[in-house]
Ligand binder design. Structure first.
Ligand code: DX5
Ligand code: ZN
Length: 219
């Protein structure tokens, strides 16, 4: 199976964002993962729609916007206008998840739903027919460079079965602590998009780091 690699800009040099995007794009990235944090849903703050919009003209990569914010329904529209191709919201942060996903789908953007490590797969079962992506967090969201939580792997396998049973087209994306060692574990369980911050941006050879992650799907 071929997997897609989505480098997470969180691990980039924030003083040179445009160059950093170009660097991973040239090295074979399939998507660009943009982590939006509000200091409430997670204990860290990153950047908002202005930064996404400023980068948009400088890249051809699909923009994969991961909203780690409370009340994402208040800001999703701004990220859509900023050029997001995929908008992912956390199931833990939305009361009316079905309504939000339906509204975003109507706007023609791809939608994803994210699960914290402690959130069971069943929380997204009813929205599987609506979503393009299920984002499984393999660290507690908030920071890059954390250690992969192996206990999440069975949940990926569970979601793989659930998606097939529902005849959903949703792809499974994983996020947190993904490198050449952990990638085969999640791909084996059914992950198709690998988010990687540290293991890509901090690698000596970015192209090689991306290639190694893609090879996890060929094992
Ligand atoms: C964590 C973010 C991740 C993070 C991954 O809260 O959602 O996208 O940047 O970084 P690494 O790959 O360093 O764990
Ligand atoms: Zn992320």
């Amino acid at each position: 199976m071929t997997v897609k690699v989505a480098p997470s800009l969180l691990a980039a040099d924030f003083g040179r964002l445009r160059e950093e995007v170009a660097r991973v794009e040239a090295a074979g990235a399939d998507l660009l993962h943009l982590d939006i944090m509000d200091g409430h849903f997670v204990p860290n703050i990153t950047f908002g729609p202005q930064v996404v919009a400023a980068l948009r003209p400088h890249s051809r990569l699909p923009f994969d916007v991961h909203l780690m914010i409370e009340q994402p329904e208040r800001y999703a529209e701004d990220f859509l206008a900023a050029g997001a191709d995929l908008i992912t919201v956390h199931v833990e942060a939305v009361v009316h998840l079905h309504r939000l996903l339906t509204r975003l789908k109507e706007r023609g953007v791809m939608v994803g739903v994210a699960l914290n490590p402690s959130t069971p797969a069943v929380m997204v079962e009813e929205v599987l027919p609506l979503v393009d992506v299920v984002l499984v967090m393999t660290v507690n969201p908030g920071f890059g460079g954390q250690k992969f939580i192996p206990e999440v792997v069975p949940k990926i396998a569970h979601l793989t079965r659930m998606i097939a049973a529902k005849e959903s087209r949703a792809l499974i994306e994983v996020d947190g602590g993904i490198d050449a060692t952990t990638a085969p574990l999640v791909v084996e369980a059914g992950a198709q998009i690998l988010v990687a911050g540290t293991s890509v941006f901090k690698a000596d050879k970015v192209e090689e780091a991306i290639r190694m992650l893609k090879e996890a799907g060929k094992g």
